[in-house]
Design a protein around this ligand. Structure first.
Ligand SMILES: C[S@@+](CC[C@H](N)C(=O)[O-])C[C@H]1O[C@@H](n2cnc3c(N)ncnc32)[C@H](O)[C@@H]1O
Length: 256
């Protein structure tokens, strides 16, 4: 594994549990991606950092074939176990060195991956290389879970700036570099119940990648601060909170 990226090799067994969408939302999200990528059904689509295929599998309904690339074999094994008869290939490779010819893909997709790659600008250059000059790159994000609470935690721990996953780069859009905007941003708001004791348990167990390299002391401080913020806001640690999240989709074309 290249040291410049964070592989999710260790996360395959719990990943889907922590990233699930509310019932029925995954097909809607896939449609948003397909509309942004102007998919008509005959496209070859590449997802970099495909993981367990959480999004690639529903997206496959809208294109001819999906090729999903990931560093983590364990994540790809989960994808293969779930794909049934969908046209989705799992390729173990580094997105910084894609094993594909130039101008190969009609559509490219990424979500929740570039922040795990130190040289994400190089990742975008490599992505642009394998895309057709007329292709479209869809960059999507689930939006942050419990955003208001994490903003307050980050304000109190300024050296930490935890973004439940973000390490090397800002997650704010737009992230350009070898690409130019090719359409309006699309936003889909949804609500999701978040079980607060589970979030605390996941923090303590270092489920989220942002906590993987944190010292025990920093993690302890993070958990305590999160508990304080929740207590101050709700007067207790509530069982569950209704969380409003925004799925954001932006579309770009290669600019090379
Ligand atoms: C947070 S997961 C996102 C998975 C999927 N896109 C989703 O939204 O469910 C990030 C994935 O990117 C993969 N990854 C990280 N760096 C990579 C790299 N350099 N090349 C390929 N995959 C990488 C990780 O192994 C992990 O499976």
């Amino acid at each position: 594994m290249p040291e410049t990226s964070i592989s999710f090799e260790r996360a395959a067994d719990y990943y889907d549990e922590t990233r699930g969408y509310p019932d029925g939302l995954a097909p809607t999200i896939a449609s948003e991606i397909a509309v942004a990528g102007r998919c008509k059904g005959d496209e070859l689509l590449l997802e970099i950092g495909v993981g367990t295929g959480r999004v690639a599998l529903p997206v496959a309904e809208h294109v001819r074939r999906v090729v999903g690339v990931d560093l983590a074999e364990s994540m790809l094994r989960k994808l293969v176990a779930k794909r049934a008869n969908r046209s989705v290939d799992a390729v173990r490779a580094d997105l910084l060195q894609l094993p594909f010819a130039d101008d190969h893909f009609d559509v490219a997709l990424s979500l929740h991956v570039l922040h795990l790659v130190a040289d994400w600008q190089a990742a975008l250059r490599e992505l642009a290389r394998v895309m057709s000059p007329h292709g479209l790159y869809v960059q999507a994000s689930d939006g942050r879970r419990l955003r208001v609470l994490w903003d307050e935690v980050n304000a109190r721990l300024p050296t930490l700036q935890l973004d439940l996953g973000a390490t090397h780069m800002p997650t704010d859009f737009p992230i350009l570099g070898g690409f130019a905007a090719a359409g309006p941003e699309r936003r889909l708001h949804y609500t999701q119940m978040t079980h607060v004791p589970t979030v605390l348990d996941q923090l303590r167990r270092r489920v989220w990648s942002a906590t993987w390299t944190m010292s025990d002391r920093a993690l302890g401080e993070l958990v305590t601060t999160f508990e304080q913020v929740v207590q101050e806001r709700y007067g207790c640690i509530p069982h569950a909170l209704e969380d409003t999240r925004t799925f954001t989709v932006r579309v770009y074309r290669p600019d090379r």
